[in-house]
Design a protein around this ligand. Structure first.
Ligand SMILES: [Zn+2]
Ligand SMILES: [Zn+2]
Length: 457
């Protein structure tokens, strides 16, 4: 196979095609058909289109961007400092979204207003009822005779629609109240803050909430719902649990981050700032899987057919909502079907493993394994100290040679480490991920090493 080697060591990452398909903020906020309808009608009015796209450089993730810089500089001088990518693109994007969000918020308020009007008509509580705090803030409706008559009703009862979140139009789930006094489901509010750190109803700044990631749980609301609407509450919880289960599936609709090349056992630091990926990472943590797929972008298909599952080891959140995710490669997979969810890519996948060999083949494989390991190791040790140190800082030391190279279904870790540090273009790296034969992978690495040493001499 023909490998394109760059003169410089690292190649620029291939930006994901999918990132061109910028998520429609309004649709992101529409898990519920009722809101979706509303959202789509708004979209046709042109309020949610033309979201500004991120400029190229701000899409790059830490190590990607450092690789690109290194390529430009003709050396690897920027391998360190993997964590610093942002800039005007981010700001510009934020502004655009802020505007969009405001429009959305206004519409949401209008919608909420309409709903409340509707609810008032159904409401069986008198306006003076002290038991219901949400009612107290509502102005007296003009035609209130119905409500006044209801005061004398023997058993006032809640209507589930009285306790709906104005964002998802469903019964509050894990309700939280902002410092400005508005109540939303926790997850609805978080999703809003991914786009704009303002209250979706009154536009009060909520940067504090975003920075601390602490939200005031509305205990009384939760108790009222559980006490007066037990059936609706049970149904709401069932929906939530169903959704969590769906999101935890690591075979169907697996979240896919379209960005860079990831390999089993190799660390992959990521800078997260796009709202859809903030949501994706949060969900990975909430569901407890802490895993998502990483694929290279593909200009035709959206993203590559092969990828690697990354496991989140640690997340560092910043006050403005961005985060740096420390992840490490796990299993390899093949994409069976591509999809989308709430603005990010998903895929149905099947995991791939190396095919084991036995007998004579095994003995031959052992010999090849030892030989290529020595070649890779001596190539690495022949590098300049400064370059070596940068690689060590970024990828850690070269893993030891395996006693049995077939023990892991992904083959020896040192192979993936070597592939990650070799000066290979992403496109040339991709076939290695798809290989199910360790022998082929070892021969491929050997050819790359031979090519490099020929070019050096
Ligand atoms: Zn909600
Ligand atoms: Zn508010």
């Amino acid at each position: 196979m023909g490998f394109k080697l760059l003169l410089s060591f690292f190649s620029p990452s291939v930006p994901g095609e999918s990132q061109e398909h910028f998520p429609d903020i309004l649709k992101l906020l529409a898990p519920h058909p009722r809101l979706k309808e509303h959202v789509e009608s708004m979209a046709t009015e042109g309020t949610s289109h033309n979201l500004p796209k991120l400029p190229q450089e701000s899409r790059e993730l830490p190590h990607c961007s450092s690789q690109e810089e290194a390529a430009a500089a003709g050396d690897r001088s920027s391998l360190e400092n993997p964590v610093k990518v942002e800039g005007e693109g981010q700001e510009g994007n934020g502004k655009g979204q802020a505007g969009d969000q405001e429009e959305k918020g206004d519409a949401a308020s209008a919608k909420a207003g309409k709903c409340q009007e509707k609810k008032r008509k159904r409401c069986q509580f008198g306006p003076q009822d002290p038991e219901v705090p949400t009612k107290a803030r509502k102005p007296d409706p003009p035609a209130n005779q119905g409500a006044r008559a209801a005061v004398s009703a023997p058993l006032p009862s809640f209507d589930a629609s009285d306790l709906e979140c104005s964002l998802c139009m469903r019964l509050f789930y894990e309700p939280v109240t902002t410092p400005c006094g508005h109540t939303f489901c926790l997850k609805c509010l978080e999703r809003c803050l991914d786009h704009n750190a303002k209250c979706p109803l009154c536009k009060d700044g909520l940067s504090q909430c975003l920075a601390s990631r602490k939200y005031s749980k509305n205990v009384i609301m939760e108790e009222l719902i559980a006490k007066f609407l037990p059936e609706e509450f049970k149904e709401r919880r069932r929906l939530y649990e169903e959704e969590m289960e769906e999101l935890s599936n690591l075979n169907k609709n697996v979240p896919i981050f379209v960005c860079t090349m990831a390999y089993p056992t190799v660390p992959c630091p990521l800078h997260i700032f796009e709202p859809c990926y903030r949501l994706m990472i949060r969900r990975c943590i909430e569901t407890g899987t802490r895993q998502f797929g990483m694929c290279l972008g593909d200009p035709v298909k959206g993203f590559a057919e092969y990828g690697c599952i990354l496991e989140i080891r640690n997340v560092q959140f910043f006050a403005d909502g961005r985060s740096v995710v420390d992840s490490v490669g796990k299993r390899r997979f093949r994409v069976l079907h591509q999809g989308q969810r709430d603005g990010y890519n998903t895929a149905d996948i099947e995991y791939i493993e190396d095919q084991k060999v036995q007998g004579e083949d095994q003995a031959e494989l052992m010999g090849l394994h030892n030989c290529v390991y020595e070649q890779a190791s001596s190539w690495f040790h022949s590098l300049k100290t400064s370059l070596k140190n940068r690689i060590l800082n970024h990828f850690g030391p070269m893993p030891e040679k395996d006693a049995d190279p077939q023990v892991s279904p992904n083959g020896p870790a040192w192979c993936w480490w070597t592939l990650a540090v070799l000066p290979l273009e992403s496109r040339a790296q991709l076939p290695f991920l798809a290989m199910r034969s360790l022998k082929d992978r070892l021969n491929g690495i050997r050819r790359v090493l031979a090519f490099i040493s020929r070019n050096q001499n």
